[in-house]
Design a binder for this molecule. Structure first.
Ligand code: WTA
Length: 668
């Protein structure tokens, strides 16, 4: 980008210049750049090599280095004032509160580490699945596992037993940490029951979880079944352990796996995304520093669940490595009233508030009065993550929550990238913002936009975001499936014979005349529902669990709050007729098999799905018909079909939908 092209006032040039200068240095000589940056963290042994790129795309960072992330998140504070600082202000949905200092957290992590190692037999590299609500023992569980060198795999507590079982089986997990239950919208959810069911299904598939650790949330009146010899209440094991117990941090190689986090892909099977001990640690530490400009008196609230990457990085690892105070909340953001969150921001004097466009749209829907009731003047930075943020929502966030003076830090990244990749960097220099643009890549991130042919797209031309150099926080592979790792992320634009390796995130993007990046959503068959990634195939597979369903196709359609919601088109088996009841039953199956997030907004019934000659479902056609879009330019609609074919399929499909709707209204 050229400075002359910038439409902003003179005073901004220094900010952009400063950012570009650091970026240039980081990209011209990444080895010395990262060598210097990584030394700000504590290592038991420094690396022999910053980057081993001898076996691409399996890049290894800080090879020969040995560390443990919990030393950087906890131990290092024990000889400083941070020890007595609050690590978490926790609030349960009913309003119960806990305040946890760094010293408390340290004690609890050591204690759980001891229990995991000695009572449950967790050894380095064992997989520990964590299926817990948003209670303080959740970050404790991640850290305790990491401390003894286990590999954690957190499964979102809203996921179904089947989804839990799939993840247990894929990772061959030995231990499960769960809780008795939690509050959601005023109701007590019995999580242990789901956990038991998940463990049972996993056992049927040949993976026996040996031990289950159950944390009591407290204040619940729940009857929890415990299986003798397998299930243990955490408090009962912990009370035998002295307060000052010290579990030495397990020395971990930099390239060892810190955690696995499953995310949806384009097939029915979720991908076990692996992050490394050293690379992830260095990257999230720096990315956080640049993105949030952390200060000693900050109170950070990342309104997300630790079941997703945002919570891993921005509620647990990065803020703790910076000695930040965090707010953590158990329940629904609009319970018991739409101003729950603003009330908490006011009470805790939150300075950095970070959430998803879906949550922001929900707050906006409730109206400004709920916001105006509270003093939000403590906020100095607002963040957004998970989906593209529409400019009008951006402006509402800026005007109403940010009082027209708080910068919006729109952060583009993915589970795979570990932490923010493209984001305004107030920790370096705040560049002028454009509503809806995540602005520029951070240092170390060699991002660009490519067209279909793999050439850099022209300014304003829509293409695909790509990352042209490895960075420390990159995923190190997919658990048990190296081929899928290569296929999914590296095949599209790399030229192995020329030694060119290009990471492909599968997002559309545009770079404008000023060099600003605009991220435009997924370019693959992955939906983004309320900021959660869901594979179309995954939902289709769930729908097929219903005995009446012969075939199913799922597409995403726009939704004013959730961004996108699934819409299902279903072909029934012989002997079944479309009905509202059947529609509800199918939705219920999806809720049970997958998750409430995945439930289709509508189920439409047809006799035949529109397909290409080669049998590929014409998803874009379905989407266009469902959203009432005109047929328009069909040549770009489906890659493999002829114009005639599409026109015919379009007409047939429209008629089929109308027919089915008539039946449902009882007119046929
Ligand atoms: C989308 C969440 C536009 C994108 C951290 C990406 C975004 C997917 C943004 C990853 C943003 C995330 N603007 N789109 N600021 N942030 N996305 O793995 O499509 O749950 O590929 O990671 O969310 O979702 P994931």
């Amino acid at each position: 980008m050229t400075e002359q092209a910038l439409p902003f006032g003179e005073k901004y040039y220094p900010a952009i210049k400063k950012l570009m200068e650091i970026r240039r240095r980081s990209l011209e000589d990444p080895i010395s750049f990262w060598d210097e940056k990584a030394r700000e963290l504590i290592w038991f042994r420094y690396w022999d090599k910053v980057l081993d790129d001898s076996n691409p795309p399996f890049f290894k960072w800080f090879v020969g280095g040995v560390t443990n992330i919990t030393v950087n998140a906890l131990d290092k504070w024990m000889k400083t004032d941070v020890k007595n600082k609050v690590a978490y202000y926790w609030e349960g949905e009913p309003g119960d509160r806990r305040v946890i200092s760094y010293a408390d957290l340290y004690r609890e992590v050591n204690r759980m580490a001891k229990v995991l190692r000695e009572d449950l037999g967790v050894k380095p590299d064992d997989r520990v699945v964590i299926y817990m609500p948003m209670i303080p023992e959740l970050p404790v569980a991640l850290l305790a596992t990491a401390r003894i060198g286990g590999i954690h795999s957190v499964v979102f507590s809203g996921f179904s037993p089947k989804a839990l079982a799939d993840r247990i089986v894929d990772a061959k997990a030995k231990v499960l940490i769960t809780a008795d239950g939690y509050y959601r919208r005023g109701k007590v959810i019995n999580l242990k029951r789901n956990a038991d069911e998940g463990v049972r299904i996993a056992a049927e598939q040949g993976v026996e979880v040996e031990k289950v650790l159950v944390v009591r949330r407290g204040g619940l009146d729940l009857d929890v079944e415990m299986k003798e010899g397998r299930d243990f209440f955490y408090d009962e094991l912990a009370k035998k352990i002295p307060d000052n117990v010290y579990v030495p941090p397990e020395p971990r190689k930099s390239e060892d796996v810190l955690f696995i986090l499953y995310s949806s892909g384009t097939t029915g099977k979720p991908k076990g995304i692996m992050h490394s001990v050293g690379g992830y640690m260095v990257w999230v530490y720096w990315s956080f520093k640049w993105t949030w400009d952390p200060r000693p008196d900050d109170i950070m609230w990342t309104l997300a669940d630790i079941g997703w990457i945002t919570g891993h990085t921005y509620i647990v690892y990065a803020p703790l490595m910076h000695g930040m105070t965090n707010v953590m909340y158990e329940g629904a953001p609009d319970y018991p009233a739409p101003d729950r969150v603003w009330e908490m921001v006011e009470r805790y004097r939150v300075t950095i508030f970070y959430t998803s466009p879906t949550a922001i749209r929900l707050f906006r829907k409730y109206g400004d009065e709920w916001v105006k009731k509270h003093d939000l003047s403590s906020i100095r930075l607002l963040g957004s993550v998970g989906e593209p943020i529409n400019p009008d929502v951006w402006k509402w966030y800026y005007e109403v929550i940010g009082r027209g003076e708080t910068p919006i830090v729109d952060t583009w990244w993915q589970t795979e990238t570990g932490a923010a990749m493209i984001a305004p960097a107030p920790g370096i220099a705040l560049v002028p913002l454009k509503p809806g643009s995540a602005t520029f890549p951070l240092p170390g991130v060699d991002a660009d936009v490519f067209n279909d042919r793999g050439e850099p797209a022209k300014p304003g031309e829509k293409g695909y975001i790509v990352i042209k150099k490895p960075w420390p926080g990159m995923l190190i592979g997919l658990w048990g499936d190296p081929q899928r790792y290569i296929r999914t992320y590296w095949q599209r634009f790399s030229k192995p014979d020329q030694g060119v390796w290009i990471y492909y995130p599968a997002d559309y993007a545009v770079k404008d005349e000023d060099g600003y990046f605009w991220l435009l959503g997924r370019a693959d068959e992955v939906l983004n529902v309320a900021g959660h990634r869901l594979g179309t195939t995954e939902i289709e597979d769930a729908i097929l669990h219903h005995p009446a369903v012969a075939e199913a196709a799922v597409v995403g359609i726009p939704d004013p709050v959730k961004g996108e919601v699934p819409l299902a088109v279903v072909v029934l088996r012989e002997g079944y007729r479309p009905s509202r009841e059947l529609e509800e039953e199918i939705k219920k199956v999806v809720r049970e098999v997958l998750s409430p997030i995945a439930v289709p907004a509508r189920v439409l019934f047809v006799n035949k799905l529109p397909k290409t000659r080669s049998g590929k479902i014409m998803r874009r056609l379905i989407k266009a018909v469902a959203t009432g879009a005109p047929l328009g330019d069909v040549s770009t609609l489906e890659d493999e079909a002829s114009v005639e074919e599409i026109k015919r399929a379009w007409e047939e499909f429209k008629r089929a939908i109308e027919e089915s709707e008539r039946i449902l209204r009882g007119e046929a």
